[in-house]
Design a binder for this molecule. Structure first.
Ligand SMILES: [Zn+2]
Length: 488
């Protein structure tokens, strides 16, 4: 009897603790006092973005010399359109087509920050042209939107930054710390010649950056599963991209006397084993994201989120259900290419496959190889990293640093009170190239996006509203003021 009572008591205590912890995940009190934002001439800004869209700075996988002519044209247009910047900031051209600007601060003791953007855009697939409601390179403004390739990714950022600095200079603002602006010219095809060279240039000069802001996060409109309300998402890390080549060799011959398995069978078995044995889940960053919006969830979800010390397996099970949330909690893989065999009655001499991995920070090319060897455990399968497309690991930036917290504050000041949460980017940006010169890489695009808007990036009908574009300028100007003067 006593035992039963003790067990019951422990059980009740446990429930009580769990409920109390869940109650702690209630609505946070924000303290974003109203601030004066700059006045933005939205018509002028939209017209400038439209002009930038007309300059076809397109990145293609195989670039010929003649494809680069638009970049100097874009540089000249920037020079003509933003005279104060070109009078007051130092400008360096890196690798012919990338740009680095420095706005000199008054206090040598403060480490500089850098705002990153890229000058290039992806091409428009000719086959999709009939589906567009505007010419992707004409810079059309209609129905309250600027239309065209680059209006979201990411000429809007470049123009937003230039407009903000131009206004701040006109107002006589002088930052305390140096503010750099890095504009790579090949982000869409790896950033190896653009942002990477800018970062190397800074490193050579011995410059360490207190923080870097690049594209990636956004004001989420329904992108956090189960949350309809707007949420400011700050990217704090990105998944690394690794492709592995698998090769199985066989003995060529007539298929009338086959071995138990041909090269194709050996390879197929390896792929099936990998599919059945995914990388283990590591939901720590996803938990951090969800906790910060937990007050928007039903109590049952909060109960789980507040008690992951006990209920983590339950949470993992839930997140594994959708491919999007599954990708947030583990290194994923997908067999994307397979080749083998030449004729139906000839045994294949070889079969090859490409497996594309997206790595959570913490995993690496080595852990991928270890995982495959452990799971497949078949000496007949050769495994090698495809070095042509290997990117190198990405770190997770620290949360709740002064740079992070002031960024979150400015998001609320400009876009209204809302939860701000860190999250993991599913795609790669130029920011990873700055890892060598900064520990704090943050991703935030100051624009509200839903999944429909995101499908327009690299897709059909890319566009941004004239008002959203004006807000971007207001946001950058505010953040430059705050980061320009904050002590970190
Ligand atoms: Zn981009």
């Amino acid at each position: 009897m006593l035992i039963v009572l003790i067990v019951l008591g422990i059980f009740i205590l446990l429930i009580l603790i769990m409920v109390l912890r869940a109650l702690q995940l209630s609505e946070p009190a924000y303290q974003s006092a109203a601030v004066d934002l700059i006045k933005v001439d939205s018509t002028k800004v939209a017209a400038h973005l439209a002009e930038a869209i007309r300059i076809k700075t397109i990145s293609k996988e195989s670039m010929l010399d003649s494809d680069f002519h638009a970049f100097p044209e874009y540089h000249q247009w920037l020079e003509k359109t933003y005279p104060l910047i070109h009078k007051n900031l130092d400008k360096e051209t890196i690798n012919q087509y990338s740009l680095l600007y420095r706005w000199k601060g008054s206090d040598r003791k403060l480490k500089p920050v850098l705002f990153a953007s890229h000058l290039d855009v992806v091409p428009v697939d000719e086959a999709t042209l009939p589906a567009w409601h505007a010419d992707p390179f004409k810079g059309e403004i209609k129905q309250g939107f600027v239309w065209g390739r680059g209006t979201i990714d990411m000429k809007n950022h470049t123009i937003g930054l230039f407009e903000a600095v131009e206004v701040l200079l006109a107002e006589g603002f002088q930052p305390k710390r140096d503010i750099y602006f890095g504009f790579g010219h090949d982000e869409e095809i790896s950033g190896k010649n653009g942002a990477k060279s800018i970062a190397a240039h800074l490193k050579k000069k011995g410059i360490r950056l207190a923080a870097v802001l690049d594209e990636g996060g956004m004001i989420s409109r329904g992108l956090v599963p189960g949350v309809e309300a707007p949420v400011g998402l700050i990217g704090v890390g990105e998944k690394e991209y690794v492709t592995v080549n698998l090769t199985a060799k066989g003995v060529p011959g007539h298929s009338s006397n086959p071995p138990r398995q041909t090269a194709i069978g050996i390879l197929a078995r390896a792929i099936a084993l990998m599919d059945d044995n995914p990388f283990p889940a590591r939901p720590d960053l996803a938990i951090e994201t969800l906790k910060r919006v937990a007050f928007l969830f039903p109590f049952s979800t909060r109960l789980v989120l507040a008690n992951t010390w006990l209920l983590k397996p339950l949470l993992i099970k839930e997140l594994e259900k959708a491919v999007q949330t599954n990708a947030l909690i583990r290194t994923t893989h997908a067999a994307t290419v397979i080749q083998g065999g030449i004729k139906d009655n000839i045994l294949p001499a070889e079969a090859k496959a490409k497996i594309n991995f997206r790595l959570l920070p913490g995993d690496s090319q080595e852990t991928v190889l270890q995982h495959i060897h452990k799971v497949v455990d078949d000496p007949r399968v050769e495994v090698e990293i495809d070095m042509a497309d290997a990117w190198g690991p990405s770190r997770v930036s620290q949360l709740d640093t002064p740079a992070y917290n002031t960024l979150a504050l400015v998001i609320r000041q400009v876009f209204g009170d809302m939860p701000v949460a860190p999250y993991l980017l599913m795609f790669a940006t130029d920011a990873r190239h700055y890892q060598d010169v900064s520990d704090q890489l943050y991703h935030f695009s100051p624009v509200a996006l839903g999944s429909e808007d995101i499908s327009r990036m690299h897709g059909i009908d890319e566009r941004i509203s004239v008002n959203a574009m004006a807000d971007m300028v207001g946001f950058y100007a505010r953040l430059m003021r705050v980061w320009g003067e904050a002590e970190f």
